[in-house]
Design a protein around this ligand. Structure first.
Ligand SMILES: CC(C)(O)[C@@H](O)C(=O)O
Ligand code: FES
Ligand SMILES: [Mg+2]
Length: 564
């Protein structure tokens, strides 16, 4: 870290200083710069604003507030765009295969702009799911002082006395197909579930990742559970810009903050809040970008230690706005810190340690709420993201075990080589209690791009089969998914993993107590099927999908593309 006499344009000086850079400076003059501006830091604003989706359509005001904050604190703001796709809109279609691809594209955008323009720092504004890990990976790869500004959660919709969110609509599809919800009620739910801007409202993927970033120390305290429509979100964006300028002065970089201990803090908060299975995939990739040693087994190590403290959707009662009212992520962190489950000495982007940030937070959650539980009264005594291994997943698979009375099933395999026919089978009533659905060729290489199976898992819940039907896949799940589900099965089918050799009616065991995922078929028979198996032709041979399929590592190492 630097002292106060070091210039704070230590990178952009490469592009604006000395006689030979006169042509480069000419370009800046065209942008309204004055001579004195060349002494100031150039601060990127990676702006995820987009009118594609409510998750991102409320970001411009945050980018504007950040620009104002940067200029007021003596920096030059340089705005550039990052793309998004909307998981909620692409879900269930071939378009969903671009979702994880967009994580790469976003991180590439940030690394490329910060690197090419010698920016001195970067503030990332993001909303929908992949904006989060993509933004963090870009910040870590660029490794210039950086802060994450989350766009904020959505407010709940409302119908017939119930709070609604996007997952209500996915579950309504299954309820309707099972004859338990009228067409009129379904239409009203569809129209009222999403009342405005913000990211999906439960402890789904975007809110999981924002909460984890706060725990990492890369976003301001309380910022990750604020609602997009509320003014405090803008104030926090402006404050984030000011904090970033101070970090630039100190040369406090993302890789100084995102250490192995900081990742343990983030994963502890993911377990305590009952977060999305995607956090496993994304934190493997984030650790890779940070050059921190972190494996899939580290999640299991954390799960055994950390209880689920919060009663949040998908399987629980409350939404992110309720968590915010109840004290937010700092309250969850304070409970964990007091229980010895958080490293208080990790540094945050403010320059304070986690313990300093949490100093004024009450030791015990407020008595007038039941969103955040006290350490002695958890929702579940252990974490909810379990890593299952066995002959179906020697590299690991991820199960989410909240909301289930008994996360154990042995049943006949019902095999699908795509998502759509699996959904159709559920809607047509062809899936029965006791079945174990196998959705395969949907992994990082096979999908490609590992789509999320929210349509089938939501339909199972809606049809009342969440407890009694198992579902395993080499694809991913939404943060809104729950039930007897196991994703990220690795190695994936397209890479010749055992999941490719499952046949209709084979017996499969999911046992989340014993952490086992087994195909109950003799080893010799599996080997025979393996010998007869031929890898399918790639679904894409050009473009980003082909690049992703060719380069992606296994889900068990984060499905990263730069694993050389
Ligand atoms: C549509 C959702 C809820 O955003 C899902 O994509 C997730 O991962 O949480
Ligand atoms: S679809 Fe964007 S956050 Fe859920
Ligand atoms: Mg998602």
């Amino acid at each position: 870290m630097a002292d106060s006499s070091t210039p704070i344009n230590r990178r952009s000086i490469n592009i604006v200083d000395g006689k030979s850079r006169a042509p480069n400076r000419s370009m800046f003059y065209a942008m309204g710069y004055e001579e004195s501006d060349f002494k100031k830091p150039m601060v990127g604003v990676a702006n995820g604003h987009s009118t594609i989706t409510p998750c991102n359509s409320g970001l411009q005001k945050l980018a504007d507030a950040a620009i104002e904050g940067i200029e007021e604190a003596g920096g030059n703001a340089q705005v550039f765009g990052t793309p998004t796709i909307s998981d909620g809109m692409a879900m269930g279609t071939e378009g969903m295969k671009y979702s994880l691809v967009s994580r790469e594209v976003i991180s590439d955008c940030i690394e490329t702009c910060v690197g090419g323009q010698w920016m001195d720092g970067v503030l990332v504004v993001g909303g929908c799911d992949k904006n989060m890990p993509g933004g963090m990976m870009g910040m870590l790869r660029a490794n210039v002082p950086a802060i994450y500004v989350y766009g904020g959660t959505i407010l709940p919709g409302r119908y017939k006395g119930q709070d609604l969110n996007i997952v209500s609509v996915f579950e309504a599809v299954g309820q309707n197909a099972a004859g338990n919800l009228s067409d009129e009620d379904m239409l009203q739910i569809e129209k009222r579930a999403i009342p405005g801007t913000g990211s999906c409202g439960g402890m789904y993927t975007a809110n999981t990742m924002s909460s984890a970033f706060e725990a990492l120390g890369m976003s301001l305290p309380y910022s990750s559970t604020m609602a997009n429509p509320h003014d405090e979100k803008q104030n926090s964006a402006k404050e984030s810009a000011k904090v970033l300028i101070e970090a630039i002065k100190k040369d406090l970089k993302p890789r100084d903050i995102v250490t192995r201990k900081a990742i343990e803090n983030a994963v502890a908060v993911i377990m305590a809040t009952g977060g999305s299975t995607n956090a496993v995939l994304h934190f493997l990739a984030i650790a890779h970008a940070a050059d921190v040693e972190w494996t899939i087994d580290d999640f299991e190590r954390m799960r055994k230690k950390v209880p689920v403290l919060c009663d949040l959707k998908p399987s629980g009662k409350y939404l992110a706005v309720d968590l915010h009212q109840a004290g937010g992520i700092p309250q969850v962190m304070k409970v964990l810190l007091n229980a010895g489950l958080l490293h208080g000495d990790c540094i945050t982007i403010t320059g304070q340690t986690i313990a300093e940030v949490l100093a004024d937070v009450p030791d015990v959650p407020r008595a007038d709420q039941d969103v955040i539980r006290a350490i002695g009264k958890p929702m579940y005594a252990e974490g909810h993201l379990a890593i299952l291994k066995g002959n179906l997943s020697p590299e690991g698979a991820v199960a989410k075990i909240t909301g289930l009375k008994n996360p154990v099933i042995t049943g006949p395999a019902r095999v699908f080589n795509d998502e759509q026919s699996a959904l159709q089978a559920i809607l047509d009533g062809k899936i029965k209690a006791g079945d174990v659905m196998v959705l395969r060729y949907l992994g990082p290489k096979g999908g490609p791009g590992m789509p999320e199976m929210l349509a089938p898992t939501g339909a199972l819940i809606g049809a009342g089969l969440g407890e009694s039907v198992g579902l395993i896949t080499d694809g991913r799940f939404s943060g809104g998914t729950w039930g007897m589900v196991v994703g990220h099965v690795a190695p994936e089918a397209a890479a010749g993993g055992t999941i490719a050799f499952v046949q209709e009616n084979d017996s499969i065991t999911i046992d989340a107590h014993k952490l086992v995922l087994e195909l109950n078929v003799p080893e010799a028979e599996i080997e025979k099927r393996r010998a007869a198996w031929k890898a399918p032709a790639p679904r894409y041979t050009r473009g980003v999908q082909a690049k992703f399929a060719f380069n992606a590592s296994s889900a068990s190492t984060g499905a990263v593309l730069d694993n050389y």
